[in-house]
Ligand binder design. Structure first.
Ligand code: DQA
Length: 146
Protein backbone atom coordinates (compact mmCIF):
# COMPACT_ATOMS: atom_id res chain seq x y z
CA UNK A 1 0.00 0.00 0.00
CA UNK A 2 1.29 3.47 -0.94
CA UNK A 3 0.22 6.79 0.57
CA UNK A 4 1.05 10.19 -0.91
CA UNK A 5 1.32 12.99 1.69
CA UNK A 6 0.96 16.42 0.10
CA UNK A 7 1.60 19.68 1.93
CA UNK A 8 0.61 23.10 0.65
CA UNK A 9 1.94 26.64 1.00
CA UNK A 10 3.91 27.85 4.02
CA UNK A 11 4.09 24.40 5.60
CA UNK A 12 7.83 24.45 4.75
CA UNK A 13 8.02 27.08 7.53
CA UNK A 14 6.62 24.85 10.27
CA UNK A 15 8.62 25.18 13.45
CA UNK A 16 9.18 28.92 12.92
CA UNK A 17 5.74 29.89 11.67
CA UNK A 18 3.20 30.88 14.40
CA UNK A 19 4.38 28.09 16.73
CA UNK A 20 1.53 28.85 19.15
CA UNK A 21 -0.88 27.75 16.37
CA UNK A 22 1.13 25.13 14.45
CA UNK A 23 3.58 23.79 17.03
CA UNK A 24 7.38 23.68 17.18
CA UNK A 25 7.98 20.61 15.02
CA UNK A 26 9.35 21.17 11.54
CA UNK A 27 7.85 19.47 8.49
CA UNK A 28 10.96 17.24 8.45
CA UNK A 29 10.19 16.18 12.07
CA UNK A 30 6.62 15.35 11.06
CA UNK A 31 7.82 13.42 8.01
CA UNK A 32 10.21 11.40 10.21
CA UNK A 33 7.43 10.42 12.63
CA UNK A 34 5.13 9.48 9.72
CA UNK A 35 7.88 7.34 8.14
CA UNK A 36 8.57 5.56 11.45
CA UNK A 37 4.92 4.62 11.97
CA UNK A 38 4.50 3.77 8.26
CA UNK A 39 7.30 1.25 8.45
CA UNK A 40 5.54 -0.48 11.42
CA UNK A 41 2.35 -0.58 9.34
CA UNK A 42 4.24 -1.74 6.21
CA UNK A 43 2.96 1.26 4.29
CA UNK A 44 5.10 3.03 1.67
CA UNK A 45 5.04 6.80 1.95
CA UNK A 46 5.91 9.67 -0.35
CA UNK A 47 6.00 13.05 1.41
CA UNK A 48 6.05 16.35 -0.53
CA UNK A 49 5.51 20.08 -0.03
CA UNK A 50 4.89 22.89 -2.50
CA UNK A 51 3.96 26.54 -2.30
CA UNK A 52 2.51 26.31 -5.83
CA UNK A 53 -1.12 25.44 -6.49
CA UNK A 54 -0.37 24.05 -9.98
CA UNK A 55 2.35 21.76 -8.67
CA UNK A 56 -0.08 20.29 -6.12
CA UNK A 57 -2.61 19.79 -8.94
CA UNK A 58 0.06 18.03 -11.06
CA UNK A 59 1.03 15.74 -8.17
CA UNK A 60 -2.62 14.80 -7.57
CA UNK A 61 -3.12 14.06 -11.29
CA UNK A 62 0.06 11.95 -11.49
CA UNK A 63 -0.92 9.96 -8.38
CA UNK A 64 -3.42 7.98 -10.43
CA UNK A 65 -2.30 4.34 -10.57
CA UNK A 66 0.69 5.13 -8.31
CA UNK A 67 -0.90 5.63 -4.87
CA UNK A 68 -3.76 4.02 -2.96
CA UNK A 69 -4.57 7.02 -0.75
CA UNK A 70 -3.68 10.73 -0.69
CA UNK A 71 -3.33 12.63 2.59
CA UNK A 72 -3.60 16.34 1.86
CA UNK A 73 -2.85 19.36 4.00
CA UNK A 74 -3.70 21.94 1.34
CA UNK A 75 -3.01 24.73 3.90
CA UNK A 76 -4.43 28.08 2.66
CA UNK A 77 -5.54 26.48 -0.64
CA UNK A 78 -8.08 24.50 1.39
CA UNK A 79 -10.18 27.64 1.54
CA UNK A 80 -9.68 28.91 -2.02
CA UNK A 81 -8.73 26.25 -4.55
CA UNK A 82 -11.35 25.00 -6.97
CA UNK A 83 -8.42 23.60 -9.02
CA UNK A 84 -7.27 21.31 -6.20
CA UNK A 85 -10.84 20.25 -5.46
CA UNK A 86 -11.39 19.38 -9.15
CA UNK A 87 -8.11 17.42 -9.31
CA UNK A 88 -9.14 15.29 -6.32
CA UNK A 89 -12.55 14.65 -7.88
CA UNK A 90 -10.90 13.80 -11.23
CA UNK A 91 -8.50 11.12 -9.99
CA UNK A 92 -10.90 9.29 -7.68
CA UNK A 93 -8.16 8.26 -5.26
CA UNK A 94 -9.49 8.31 -1.68
CA UNK A 95 -8.20 11.55 -0.19
CA UNK A 96 -8.02 12.49 3.49
CA UNK A 97 -7.98 16.21 4.30
CA UNK A 98 -5.85 17.15 7.29
CA UNK A 99 -4.95 20.23 9.31
CA UNK A 100 -2.68 20.80 12.27
CA UNK A 101 -5.03 23.39 13.75
CA UNK A 102 -8.78 23.08 14.26
CA UNK A 103 -9.96 25.17 11.31
CA UNK A 104 -13.48 25.41 12.80
CA UNK A 105 -12.18 27.16 15.92
CA UNK A 106 -10.39 29.86 13.89
CA UNK A 107 -11.26 32.81 11.63
CA UNK A 108 -14.48 32.58 9.61
CA UNK A 109 -12.58 32.33 6.28
CA UNK A 110 -10.82 29.18 7.52
CA UNK A 111 -14.06 27.51 8.53
CA UNK A 112 -14.96 26.72 4.93
CA UNK A 113 -13.12 23.96 3.08
CA UNK A 114 -13.62 23.72 -0.70
CA UNK A 115 -11.96 20.33 -0.75
CA UNK A 116 -13.90 18.62 2.08
CA UNK A 117 -16.85 17.55 -0.13
CA UNK A 118 -14.55 15.54 -2.44
CA UNK A 119 -12.52 13.96 0.39
CA UNK A 120 -13.48 10.77 2.21
CA UNK A 121 -12.86 12.39 5.59
CA UNK A 122 -11.13 15.15 7.50
CA UNK A 123 -8.78 15.29 10.51
CA UNK A 124 -8.30 18.76 12.00
CA UNK A 125 -6.88 20.06 15.23
CA UNK A 126 -4.44 17.45 16.54
CA UNK A 127 -1.18 19.19 15.70
CA UNK A 128 1.46 16.90 14.20
CA UNK A 129 -0.63 13.92 15.39
CA UNK A 130 -3.13 14.81 12.63
CA UNK A 131 -0.58 13.28 10.23
CA UNK A 132 -0.29 10.03 12.22
CA UNK A 133 -4.06 9.77 12.58
CA UNK A 134 -4.35 10.24 8.82
CA UNK A 135 -1.86 7.43 8.25
CA UNK A 136 -4.02 5.11 10.39
CA UNK A 137 -7.13 6.33 8.55
CA UNK A 138 -5.42 5.60 5.20
CA UNK A 139 -5.02 1.94 6.17
CA UNK A 140 -8.67 1.81 7.19
CA UNK A 141 -9.82 3.49 3.96
CA UNK A 142 -7.68 1.20 1.80
CA UNK A 143 -8.98 -1.96 3.49
CA UNK A 144 -12.61 -0.85 3.30
CA UNK A 145 -12.44 0.01 -0.43
CA UNK A 146 -11.47 -3.63 -1.28
C1 DQA B 1 -3.64 24.65 8.05
C2 DQA B 1 -4.82 25.60 8.31
C3 DQA B 1 -4.97 26.59 7.17
O1 DQA B 1 -6.07 27.46 7.42
C4 DQA B 1 -3.71 27.44 7.05
O2 DQA B 1 -3.81 28.31 5.95
C5 DQA B 1 -2.47 26.63 7.00
C6 DQA B 1 -2.35 25.43 7.82
C7 DQA B 1 -3.37 23.71 9.25
O3 DQA B 1 -2.68 22.72 9.05
O4 DQA B 1 -3.84 23.98 10.37
O5 DQA B 1 -1.51 27.01 6.34
O6 DQA B 1 -3.92 23.85 6.93
Amino acid sequence: MKVLFLNGPNLNLLGQREPEVYGRETLADIEASVRKRASDLKVKVDFRQSNLEGELVDWIQHARGQFDVIVLNAAAYTHTSVAIRDAIAAVSIPTIEIHLSNIYAREKFRQRSLIAPVCCGQISGFGQKSYLLALEASVYVNVSKK
